[in-house]
Write a protein that binds this ligand. Structure first.
Ligand SMILES: [Ca+2]
Ligand SMILES: [Ca+2]
Ligand SMILES: [Ca+2]
Ligand SMILES: [Ca+2]
Length: 191
């Protein structure tokens, strides 16, 4: 008679590297205070995904280029996560855009995805207020002037932003004929 036999064969469907790593579509940004130490960590790594498996989904990351500004700005490096290497001055430039690469480790073919990350340099109070003019000559006031007579108007600028650019004024302890200058003159904030 006819003899039959059955057996079970398992077949591994080998993964084909048919997926390119992709970064998310949502814009990603990180921030770092200006003047930060070398190797300051700018935060969580920016990751791509790859639905392949094994080496076909094993990703290596690189910073490919600084898109903004178009020259210079070479302050950032890639390690296990993104780190910055800035002796960075917000007053010179406050936003960088980097192009990232995610490269899978496909054996026959490596696929590369690109993404961007924006690095925002936040302000540190590293600039003093600066008077916009010198006022050491040509200021006079008539004797016996009524209290409140305006003697001089001055302004200052500060290259920082926000609270770091707010100036308070007071008259120092200079004495005039033995009396504090501050007993004769006051600073007011008038517009
Ligand atoms: Ca892949
Ligand atoms: Ca600065
Ligand atoms: Ca300041
Ligand atoms: Ca600053």
């Amino acid at each position: 008679g006819v003899q039959t036999a059955t057996t079970t064969v398992s077949i591994n469907i080998g993964d084909v590297n048919d997926n390119t790593p992709t970064f998310g579509s949502v814009p990603v940004s990180r921030s770092v205070p200006e003047n930060s130490v070398v190797d300051f960590n700018v935060g969580a790594p920016v990751l791509a995904s790859d639905p392949d498996s094994g080496e076909n989904a094993s990703l290596t990351y690189k910073i490919d280029a600084v898109l903004v500004p178009t020259s210079g700005g070479d302050y950032f490096k890639n390690s296990s996560n993104k780190r910055s290497n800035p002796s960075e001055n917000r007053e010179a430039w406050d936003t960088y855009q980097l192009r990232l690469l995610a490269i899978d480790n496909g054996i026959a073919l490596k696929r590369t995805g690109t993404g961007t990350v924006t690095i925002i340099i936040t302000d540190v109070n590293d600039n003093p207020p600066v008077f916009t003019a010198t006022y050491d000559t040509g200021i006079s006031v008539t004797e016996n002037s009524p209290a409140g007579t305006k003697v001089v108007t001055f302004t200052t600028t500060d290259r920082d932003i926000g609270d770091n650019a707010v100036a308070l004024y007071r008259i120092d302890s200079t004495r005039l004929n033995g009396s504090l200058a501050a007993s004769y003159f006051q600073v007011c904030f008038c517009h």
